[in-house]
Design a protein around this ligand. Structure first.
Ligand SMILES: [Zn+2]
Length: 258
């Protein structure tokens, strides 16, 4: 089992619970998280660092983020667009603030191309906008982390794969859907998962947030990703073992793991 999205830097957790997991991808929201993730990967080789700047950390320092990259980094992100806390789209200030997020997102997309790593995309109230931007770039791959685009946007994201000849060399789909512990208590999300092709689904905890049933209300940890796997196996009506194999193969393909 692989938790493809957890925040384990010191500001989130004192204790790292990863028993039974093959890997945990450490998502980064800011420069400091990115540095912490690189340090954590030295402690345990199952901890795979991503580096990136979240759209709400707009004043963070991209130039120094780029300098942090080394071979251990498995992904760039989380990066993207978050319009959930911006003023209403009709307000004058919306355009200014959104433009800054777009600029930071584009820089990280280009970085992902340059270093040949997938993107961990955070898109809140801005899935369509994120897709429109990503369409402009070739040879990128990634995951819509904590996918919140509903059934109707699944096709759009699949189409980001495009017709690029390099698709074959990638060995499978380039774009994935990351689903979290809220699958265990949000009925609507079950319907979404039913509509996501099996070879495009990966699972995550977003620890310390989004704790699944039966621990809802408590702090989340990577080990609890097993409850999300279990829920998917019920939805797919497959054994946990077969479910795990499919999902782990997807994660390994995206993050280029053995
Ligand atoms: Zn996150």
């Amino acid at each position: 089992m692989i938790d493809t999205h957890a925040h384990l830097s010191s500001r989130f957790s004192e204790e790292i619970k990863i028993e039974g997991l093959d890997y945990v991808v450490l998502a980064a929201s800011c420069l400091q998280d990115s540095k912490d993730n690189l340090e954590l990967s030295k402690i345990n080789k199952k901890l795979l660092p991503a580096i990136g700047i979240h759209p709400q950390e707009i004043n963070d320092d991209f130039a120094n983020l780029e300098k942090l990259f080394d071979d251990r980094v498995v992904a760039i992100g989380e990066c993207g667009l978050d319009y959930s806390e911006l003023p209403d789209k009709t307000a004058d200030s919306f355009a200014v603030m959104a433009a800054r997020q777009v600029e930071l997102f584009r820089k990280q997309i280009v970085m992902s191309q340059n270093v040949n790593r997938p993107l961990i995309v955070h898109a809140r109230k801005a899935v369509d906008e994120a897709v429109e931007i990503l369409k402009e770039y070739k040879n990128i791959s990634g995951v819509f982390h904590c996918y919140a685009g509903g059934i109707k946007r699944i096709k759009k994201i699949i189409e980001l794969d495009g017709e690029s000849p390099s698709l074959k060399s990638f060995g499978g789909p380039r774009w994935y859907f990351g689903i979290d512990g809220n699958l265990t208590y949000e009925i609507g999300l079950e319907e979404v998962v039913k509509n996501i092709p099996k070879d495009r689904l990966i699972l995550e905890t977003d620890s310390p947030y989004l704790t699944p049933v039966p621990f809802r209300g408590e702090k989340n940890c990577p080990e609890y990703v097993k409850y999300v796997y279990q829920k998917v196996s019920e939805i797919w009506q497959m054994s946990l073992e077969s479910t795990e194999k499919i999902i782990d193969d997807n994660a390994k393909r995206l993050f280029n793991l053995v």
